[in-house]
Ligand binder design. Structure first.
Ligand SMILES: [Zn+2]
Length: 105
């Protein structure tokens, strides 16, 4: 099984799903099961997330101005939004590295 390395202790403690749940650099992240260090996805996840959000927003705006009925707006607005979220999640699962959490609580 594919595992990702914890940036704190160097052990492979995160599976793709756990890595995706770490969120990006602005999230709280998740704790390593080995050392308890908090981890988040690094810059590539943040950049991909931003780009995907922009594409999603553009798709929603485009839909808003091109479709006539409210139903179309809902259907074609929700699909790009859901697709954006799914793609971000998949990106975080399989791309980029984990880094120590930057945010202090
Ligand atoms: Zn660790």
């Amino acid at each position: 099984m594919l595992k990702y390395t914890c940036p704190h202790c160097g052990k492979k403690t995160f599976n793709p799903l756990q890595k995706a749940l770490c969120g990006n650099m602005t999230s709280n992240g998740r704790q390593c099961s080995e050392c308890g260090g908090w981890c988040v996805n690094g810059k590539p996840a943040l950049i991909a997330g931003t780009v995907l959000s922009l594409i999603g927003m553009a798709a929603i705006l485009y839909t808003f101005f091109t479709f006539r009925t409210m139903r179309d707006v809902v259907i074609f607005g929700v699909i790009p939004m859901a697709a954006t979220l799914i793609l971000r999640f998949l990106f975080n699962m399989f791309f980029g590295k984990l880094i120590p959490r930057l945010k202090k609580i």
